[in-house]
Structures are given as C-alpha cells and as structure tokens.
Ligand binder design. Structure first.
Ligand code: HEC
Length: 108
C-alpha cells in the first residue's frame, strides 16, 4: 500500500515536471515557422483554395476568383455550400475565416 502511494506521487511529479517543458517545445517551431505575420485570409486561402484557384486566385482547375465582382452573399453561399466540382466549406472553416476570405476576394 505504502509503496504504490509513493509510485503515484513519483509519476505525478514527473508529469508536472515534463508537461510544461513539452508544451514549450511544441509551441516553439510554430512561432519560428511564420516570420512575417500573414493576414488570416491569405493563409486560409493558401491552405484551402489555392490548390484549385491558383496561388493568387488567378484560376487553375477552378475559375479565376480574385478580384471577384460577386456580392458578399453570393460568395458566402458558394464558399459555404460549394458549387459543381468545388466542395462545401461549411463546417470546415470558421465563419470569421469565411468573412475574411470574402473581403480578400473582393479586394477589400
Ligand atoms: C477542389 C477544387 C476547389 C477548391 C478546393 C475550391 N474551389 Fe472554388 N471552385 C472550384 C470550381 C471547379 C469552381 C467552378 C464551379 C462551377 O461554377 O461549376 C469554383 C468556383 C468558385 C467560385 C465562384 C466563381 C465565380 O465567380 O463563378 C468562388 C467564389 C470560389 N470557387 C471560391 C473558393 C474559395 C474561397 C475556396 C477556398 C475556401 C475554394 N473556392 C476552393 C474548385 C475549387
């Protein structure tokens, strides 16, 4: 009984000692990986849209979409629900990310 109690204390102490170190390690590369802060919309676009619409939105597999003359509502529906070959992004992107994308595409 006494023995196992000490084991629990030893494990807890180890976890407490290692946990903060582990967190710091995980956070470091992410910080140094992104030197100049890129606007959210450009990051979201590069990660989700550029593969089909081109790095600058100039068009590739999907049509050119930047700058877009479509209204905010039209863009929101296309991004949220998808269209033709384009997948729906509702539930995959936060609403704030979609709003940022819309302004980005409209050149605002
Ligand atoms: C798998 C490829 C693919 C991905 C990923 C993709 N799209 Fe598309 N997108 C398309 C295709 C193909 C169309 C044309 C659909 C049609 O009209 O049939 C399209 C159409 C559009 C249109 C309408 C263009 C117009 O004015 O007619 C917009 C706006 C758009 N995409 C924005 C986005 C955004 C923003 C993202 C990222 C969140 C994205 N797309 C990701 C393939 C893609």
């Amino acid at each position: 009984m006494r023995r196992s109690w000490w084991r629990v204390v030893a494990v807890l102490a180890l976890v407490l000692l290692l946990a903060p170190a582990g967190c710091q390690k995980a956070a470091e590369p992410a910080e140094s990986d992104q030197p100049p802060p890129t606007p959210v919309a450009a990051q979201v676009f590069a990660a989700n849209c550029a593969g089909c619409h081109g790095e600058q939105g100039q068009g590739a597999r999907g049509p050119a979409i930047k700058p877009s003359k479509r209204s905010e509502q039209e863009l929101f529906l296309i991004i949220a629900d998808g269209r033709g070959e384009m997948p729906a992004f509702r539930g995959r992107l936060a609403e704030s990310e979609v709003q940022a994308l819309i302004s980005f595409l409209r050149g605002e």
